[in-house]
Write a protein that binds this ligand. Structure first.
Ligand code: C2E
Ligand code: CA
Ligand code: CA
Length: 673
């Protein structure tokens, strides 16, 4: 949860969360932020409004609002209500609206928030100057609303609220604000913050847990607004709530399944990755110890399921005893990772510890041996995926030498991993000579059975170093900044190809992969649009895939979000790729203009083998659907997987089952089939 405290600060998300179209302007009438809903309502894009000395909207506002009204707004601690203002939409339609305006100070500058309380939000137009009444009526249908008096007593609420909270009108009146929330420390902390904000004339917004009359928990997206009752002349507060319990519940379940290995209670690889990434950020030194149980599969064949389980649990117990407080994870059926500051000889001592404390199956000691690799941060490797790759390389050399050993990352492996420098050098040349190629992998729409989109994937075969797979190429390119060049190369190729297909009569969208690094460039949106113009490719044929890591960064950086919005407004669709492996929050799906979820292929690959994965994938499809997103499954290799995913409600399927990534000509053959 990250509530936006002191929420009236310059943040587009705040505007977008308000119940009415809204803008923020400075003292001179320049619009600083133009909300998304204002954009939809009036038809002016952000670029039509921001940065223009006058805009059709501000021009009409400034004409109608007198100097006195502005002074009144500046002096009023609460919202000022103004009726009967005419504004014009982009298509020049006149709208008569009421305004709720409030001034606030940001970085010593006086700014004004203006909300347009449009006629369609008013169920029954009133002639009174009662802002609270108008607000209440207009919000009745979409939100749960609760009105509090200045001491925090509930004085009113709507039907939606009563339905979910299970209170009866008689009983709830006179209860306090605090009684609506669970009785625990965390809740107390947040409710006190909300209360403090409201009393300082500030709005608060965030996700928060509430309880019904019978003590049943539910989740809401809460917007708390200070208002004013003109009849009693008293301060009041309004709570606007949207029920998000369904999405929250699914998220919690998913997090549970996604983070913990249920058999051992250890964390799983996803969680480990998060922890390691954090440790790396904090520059904490550690050894990454990868332990793999040798010949696990033959051992397994000798045993039935309960004793196989017993073996894993007993092994985990020994790891816990020996490594004590170190961080431990189970990342695969027979693979474990221990993160420890302990020395190499101590780690290697685990082998003799295992011999001294054998694992019994009945009365027989099970002869297990393990292969292990020690990779150090920061000396040996510097990212989670490098640590993993280096470990796997080490383990396989240990195995080849007979196993039952734990060794440190060898010099030879070091050398192999240092291909990076070479790749970088050759890549520069390849980009220069346009030696990269693009293959396209089709996606099939489940409902129609037709290919409706393709994903563009980069391919590179260098004459000196041979084939370099994207998994190796992209991280190096990201590190060196060459990803921008790859990105614009791919974009141009994809647009050209999309247009060729369009001219040939195929209705095919092309998806490109994008790295957040490309969007850190403030000109990204512009250069994408320029490429569309240059190639003549219509914007609605282009999709851009971003990852969760990208989404997290984008969420925090307004200029990235703005660029995404700009592209979305032109008709470009954003796809959240590799969904499910980075679980932070689903919040950014509400904030970013994401249209499609693509569930990571690691889930598809274990789908038929694991009931847990089935639950997880079904949950993810449902989560996507509950947010009205299109859901794609990738890495689909078999008809069985496709069938199951279809029954889960997946919209689109991509994978070898349909086709590997192929040339444009081969795509056309598939289309004509
Ligand atoms: P991705 O975006 O998740 O792309 C899907 C990857 O899965 C592709 O690997 C594809 O060949 C592979 N794949 C597709 N269907 C199946 C299947 O049924 N089974 C299996 N096992 N694999 C399947 P590829 O082409 O090696 O690309 C790997 C990753 O490299 C991509 O993952 C993407 O993250 C990145 N990448 C590729 N091209 C580009 C690019 O032009 N720009 C950027 N920024 N990243 C790219
Ligand atoms: Ca992708
Ligand atoms: Ca993917």
């Amino acid at each position: 949860m990250s509530p936006m405290q002191n929420a009236i600060n310059i943040d587009e998300r705040y505007l977008n969360s308000l119940p009415f179209p809204a803008l923020i302007m400075d003292n001179n009438g320049n619009v600083m932020i133009w909300g998304k809903s204002a954009e939809q309502q009036f038809g002016f894009a952000t670029s039509d409004i921001i940065g223009h000395a006058t805009s059709p909207i501000t021009e009409s506002l400034l004409r109608q609002l007198s100097q006195e009204t502005f002074e009144q707004i500046a002096q009023n601690e609460n919202f000022t209500y103004i009726e009967n203002i005419q504004v014009y939409t982009q298509t020049n339609d006149e709208i008569t609206t009421s305004l709720l305006a409030k001034s606030f100070t940001e970085n010593d500058e006086c700014l004004i928030l203006i909300m347009f309380v449009l006629p369609q939000f008013m169920i029954k137009p009133t002639s009174t100057n009662n802002a609270l009444e108008d607000l209440k009526q207009s919000l009745e249908s979409t939100f749960m609303t609760v009105t509090l008096d200045q001491d925090g007593f509930i004085v009113d609420c709507n039907q939606n609220f009563l339905k979910i909270s299970q209170w009866t009108p008689k009983r709830v009146i006179g209860k306090t604000f605090w009684q609506l929330f669970p009785d625990n420390n965390e809740s107390e902390k947040i409710t006190n913050t909300i209360w403090r904000n409201l009393n300082h004339g500030l709005t608060w917004q965030g996700e928060i847990e509430k309880i019904s009359k019978s003590g049943h928990p539910y989740w809401v997206l809460l917007t708390a607004i200070p208002t004013f009752n003109f009849e009693t002349n008293e301060q009041q507060f309004m709570l606007l709530e949207k029920d998000i319990t369904k999405a929250k519940t699914i998220q919690h379940q998913l997090e549970k399944i996604a983070y913990i290995d249920t058999e051992t209670g250890l964390m799983n690889a996803h969680r480990l990755e998060k922890i390691i990434t954090k440790m790396i950020e904090e520059q904490r030194h550690f050894s990454f110890v990868y332990l793999s149980i040798d010949k696990f599969y033959t051992l397994k064949e000798l045993q039935d399921h309960p004793s196989e389980r017993n073996l894993i649990i007993e092994f985990t117990n020994r790891m816990k005893m020996y490594f004590q407080d170190s961080t431990m994870a189970r990342i695969n059926e027979n693979d474990f990772v221990v993160i420890t500051p302990l020395s190499e000889w101590f780690i290697q001592g685990f082998l003799s510890y295992l011999q001294q404390h054998p694992i019994y199956n009945g009365s027989v000691a099970v002869p297990i041996s393990i292969s292990g690799g020690i990779t150090r941060f920061p000396e040996d490797q510097s990212t989670f995926s490098q640590l993993m790759k280096a470990s796997i390389a080490t383990i396989s050399t240990v195995r080849e030498a007979g196993g039952d050993n734990i060794v440190s990352l060898s010099k030879a492996i070091h050398k192999a991993l240092n291909r990076k420098a070479l790749i970088e050098k050759r890549l520069l040349q390849a980009l220069d000579q346009k030696n990269l190629k693009v293959l396209y992998q089709p996606q099939v729409d489940v409902a129609s059975g037709k290919i409706t989109a393709v994903e563009a994937l980069v391919r590179w075969e260098d004459e000196v170093i041979g084939v370099v797979s994207p998994d190796e190429l992209i991280p190096v390119a990201e590190e060196t900044g060459l990803i921008n060049n790859i990105g614009s190369f791919m974009l141009e190729k994809a647009c050209e190809q999309a247009l060729i297909w369009k001219k040939a009569g195929f209705d095919l969208k092309v998806s490109i992969n994008s790295s957040v690094r490309e969007f850190r460039d403030k000109n990204m949106a512009k250069s994408v649009l320029d490429t569309l113009t240059k190639t003549g490719c219509p914007a609605n044929l282009l999709q851009i895939e971003i990852t969760e890591k990208f989404a997290l960064e984008a969420e925090a950086a307004t200029f990235i979000t703005q660029q995404m919005r700009k592209l979305e407004n032109e008709g470009i669709v954003f796809v959240l790729d590799d969904f499910g492996i980075g679980y932070g929050s689903f919040r950014y799906m509400q904030i970013l203009p994401i249209d499609t979820l693509k569930i990571d292929q690691s889930f598809t690959s274990s789908l038929l083998k694991s009931e847990k994965t089935q639950k997880l994938m079904l949950g993810m499809v449902q989560l996507g659907k509950s947010m009205e997103l299109t859901v794609v499954a990738e890495g689909v290799e078999t008809a069985e997987q496709a069938e199951l995913l279809k029954s889960f409600g997946c919209d689109t399927i991509q994978g070898y089952h349909i086709s590997k990534p192929v040339t444009p000509e081969e795509i056309e053959i598939l289309l004509l089939k």
